[in-house]
Design a protein around this ligand. Structure first.
Ligand code: AMP
Ligand code: ZN
Length: 479
């Protein structure tokens, strides 16, 4: 087995991964802020941490993984107040949607799913520890963290804090590097908004203190791995370090791992830009959960991922190819014995697969290893050169592959049905069909026959028949 190496944002380097206790790994993942439905950009990050945890499990580590739901933050408090409902009532449906989405994307449940609102006491206690050590000051009922008291501030995101004015503060939880300031640990209540009565006064926690308190409460003062999207490195994770290390004097996290963004036409997919898709948007268009998971996992996490429908269709065909190969291994009867060199070939693939993922989770390379093996084994099967004696090893390889990628076992139909989409019932609107037909026309113009065929096939699977006119026009009808 290969040495596992991961990129650590703190050092800016790829380092050998050594957990504090041999065989065990503690992981903290910043979960979603449940003020709305999550989009597929968010799931890029959650699929990354799922690949990480599944790979570590495959390598035999015992995991202690915490993911939180941020169910108190500026936006939730404001939206709940506007709707005149409690925080729990406001966030319930988004939290449930998140759990459903994770299941649909085969994102394994972490050992601990927790909610910020269940840990207010721990947050208050952590703030008190910081107060005792003079890391805080009060202002208009709120409590702020004094970053000038923590000389290492900036070590994760590498921001230069020399020009920052001591005592200048920011109340928003989400702010840019240019506005780095003392940040709120505890926020004074505003009229009409929910607050907690606590020994440090009435109010509610800032977003950053939530994760520090929850992570240390469950995983201890030093954690092996902390994950999130790259936008969380500053200010969220920088502030988590300042809070946790300020309070304990110990290193908070050994390995910080951040996923790059999912982009749409060169821009980060985000709610505020309005350029987002939810899972449900894609399922309504007929795409399958496995295709989306594959598309999100296929680009290594430290590379930006440009989302396109063409990419999603290619992912669907890749999954299909893997599934077909797996079916062949099960259904076909091969001649007895072993094909010369095949056992070694499969063993090499297994080792290369492990080497790729050990190398900072190089998923693209790991997939390449699987494709190569599948292609060669398919050719051998077509020529009658694959033998029954090699089936078990090939199946083992696919099983290890699927413990990480989780796309070969075909559970799409049941997952879609659970979300209320009839499997393959062609529930496409006319508008959706028109869009795909236009995409196909574009592909034909580019003479990209593979893409054009893929779209035709996909439409056919969803009950839409295309009739190409001689003049290049196209008509469609439902079956
Ligand atoms: P939030 O609910 O905003 O706290 O985000 C949940 C997770 O999704 C965080 O780890 C973010 O960094 C991550 N995230 C947000 N937008 C994107 C994106 N476009 N691509 C990848 N990850 C994202
Ligand atoms: Zn967090």
């Amino acid at each position: 087995m290969n040495e596992i190496r991961v990129h650590n944002t703190l050092s800016g380097k790829v380092e050998p991964f050594v957990p504090q206790r041999p065989g065990e790994v503690s992981i903290y993942t910043c979960g979603p802020t449940v003020y709305d439905y999550a989009h597929i950009g968010n799931y890029r990050t959650f699929v990354f941490q799922d690949i990480l945890r599944r790979f570590l499990e495959l390598r035999g580590f015992k995991l202690n993984h915490v993911m939180n739901l941020t169910d108190v933050d500026d936006r939730i408090i404001a939206n709940a107040a506007k709707a005149g409902v409690s925080i729990r009532d406001y966030t319930a449906k988004f939290a449930q949607a998140f759990f459903d989405d994770c299941k649909t994307l085969s994102i394994e449940a972490p050992e601990h799913w927790i909610r910020a609102t269940d840990y207010i006491d721990d947050m208050v206690k952590l703030i008190q520890r910081l107060q005792e050590k003079s890391y805080t000051y009060a202002g208009e009922g709120s409590i702020y963290y004094r970053i000038s008291k923590f000389p290492e501030y900036g070590k994760l995101s590498k921001i230069d804090v020399t020009g920052i004015q001591a005592g200048a503060r920011v109340d928003n939880d989400r702010y840019e590097k240019e506005s780095a300031r003392d940040f709120a640990l505890w926020k004074a209540p505003k009229p009409g908004e929910h607050f907690w009565e606590t020994p440090i006064g009435p109010g509610r926690p800032g977003w950053h203190i939530e994760c520090s308190a929850m992570a240390m409460r469950i995983l201890g003062e030093t954690i092996d791995i902390h994950t999130g999207g790259i936008d969380l490195a500053f200010p969220h994770h920088e502030n988590e370090i300042a809070q946790s290390e300020g309070a304990t004097g110990k290193k908070f996290v050994n390995y910080w791992m951040h996923a790059e963004h999912l982009l749409v036409e060169g821009e980060k997919m985000s709610k505020s830009l309005g350029n987002f898709f939810t899972l449900r948007d894609l399922f309504a268009k007929g795409y399958k959960p496995s295709a989306l998971r594959f598309a999100l996992a296929s680009v290594p996490y430290r590379r930006q991922l440009n989302f396109t429908f063409d990419g999603l269709q290619q992912a669907a065909s890749s999954v299909e190819r893997l599934r077909n190969f797996s079916d062949r291994l099960t259904r076909e009867k091969f001649p007895e014995g072993n094909a010369p060199g095949m056992a070694e070939r499969i063993e090499k693939a297994a080792n290369d697969f492990d080497a790729a993922l050990s190398d900072d989770l190089n998923t693209a390379m790991a997939l390449g290893v699987a494709y190569d093996l599948v292609r060669e084994a398919n050719i051998a099967m077509d020529k009658g050169e694959f033998r029954q004696g090699d089936v078990a090893a090939a199946k083992d390889f696919l099983a290890s592959f699927d413990r990480v990628f989780a796309v070969i076992a075909d559970t799409d139909a049941e997952k879609l049905a659970a979300l209320g989409y009839g499997a393959g019932d062609g529930a496409m609107t006319d508008e959706d069909v028109e869009k795909m037909v236009a995409e196909r026309q574009d592909a034909r113009k580019r003479r990209d026959w593979a893409a054009s065929d893929r779209i035709r096939k996909e439409l056919a699977e969803r009950g839409i028949i295309l009739e190409d006119g001689r003049d290049g026009s196209v008509r469609w009808k439902r079956k």
